[in-house]
Ligand binder design. Structure first.
Ligand SMILES: NC(=O)CC[C@H](N)C(=O)O
Length: 327
């Protein structure tokens, strides 16, 4: 692509987001609210809205409140799964967890009580992620957490840290996840101690990132685990590709089907209001997104499914406005 074309695209996208971010902030002001079940998240400003895009040539678009850090929350499930697969092999991990969307809330306990399904439905809901967290290699939570942090650091080319305040706030109130972990243990679906596994899972949910970090992760996933900027593989391609399938089918909890149908890319959200999006390279000659891109969105007011209200609207608008379709 010529420098002139690149400049025009950058200008075009800048104009798009400079217009849309204030629009969505106003249009959906007061709709949804920051997650209240983790007390520390309740205090987040619901009006933040950030978008980051990263392209394979290294071009980055950062708009809105992109400098505000937030915690991964459920987005951590993507890295918990990939790390476990990298150490144990995907087929071993899938002996413990299924790959079926649920249609139930992300922290639902229903299926265990009914005892309808032996394995947790998929690694992108709490039950599945807690099971997979118990499989991580290491003798205690510190070692297990380190393995996941190493993968994230390799993708982002920097260290990541845990927001202790948010971790403690969730740890002290994680009644539902404790119940889930106990059900899992009762069904022989935890490979490590209940409290140790919960500690691993909850700390990983509290890793702090930015919208730009999510865009970088999305970019690496879009190119099947390859970092096009440093020209190295950071995730084995078969694992990156399998993870995108899970994101596409199960990444948005009980909104996953609608997200796939109406937004149309692999995505993963967290109750902090983050959305990780990945646009695979297209075989169609798309004027902007032919080579793929990574998307990071952040807006803390979430809907009853646990997804960012303004974030989904902005993402949907962007992808539709630029006719991004992966099928
Ligand atoms: N949906 C989410 O983001 C959930 C993550 C959160 N840490 C929990 O386990 O409840």
């Amino acid at each position: 692509m010529s420098t002139q074309q690149l400049f025009n695209i950058e200008q075009e996208l800048n104009t798009f987001f400079e217009k849309k971010i204030p629009y969505y902030k106003q249009r959906y002001s007061g709709v949804g609210a920051p997650a209240a079940y983790i007390p520390e998240l309740k205090n987040t400003n619901p009006d933040y809205l950030a978008c980051a895009l990263m392209f394979p040539d290294g071009q980055v678009i950062l708009k809105g409140d992109y400098a505000v850090p937030f915690t991964l929350q459920s987005i951590a499930k993507v890295f918990i799964f990939m790390t476990a697969c990298m150490h144990l092999g995907t087929s071993r991990v899938l002996e413990w967890v299924d790959v079926e969307p649920t249609g139930d809330p992300f922290n639902s306990i229903l299926r265990f009580e009914l005892n309808e399904n032996k394995k947790p439905f998929n690694p992108m809901i709490n039950a599945g992620a807690i099971t997979v967290a118990s499989l991580l290699p290491g003798t205690d939570s510190t070692e297990k957490i380190e393995k996941v942090k190493l993968l994230l650091s390799a993708i982002l080319d920097k260290d990541v840290s845990i927001n202790e305040k948010i971790f403690i706030s969730e740890w002290e109130t994680a009644y539902r996840n404790r119940a889930l972990a106990n059900f899992l243990m009762e069904n022989h679906l935890l490979a490590a101690d209940v409290e140790e596994t919960l500690l691993t899972y909850t700390k990983l949910c509290s890793i702090e990132i930015t919208a730009e970090d999510l865009a970088k992760i999305g970019l690496v996933l879009s190119i099947d685990g390859f970092d096009p900027i440093r020209r190295i593989e950071v995730i084995p391609s078969s694992i990156a590709r399998f993870t995108k399938i899970l994101m596409f089918t199960c990444g948005m909890y009980n909104y996953s089907g609608k997200f796939a149908a109406y937004v149309g890319i692999p995505g993963k959200s967290g109750v902090s209001g983050g959305i990780l999006g990945t646009v695979p390279p297209s075989f169609r000659n798309h004027p902007i997104l032919s080579d793929g891109c990574g998307i990071g969105i952040f807006s803390p007011a979430i809907d009853p499914c646990g997804n960012s209200v303004k974030g989904i609207k902005l993402l949907e608008d962007f992808l539709h406005s630029y006719s991004v379709q992966i099928f």
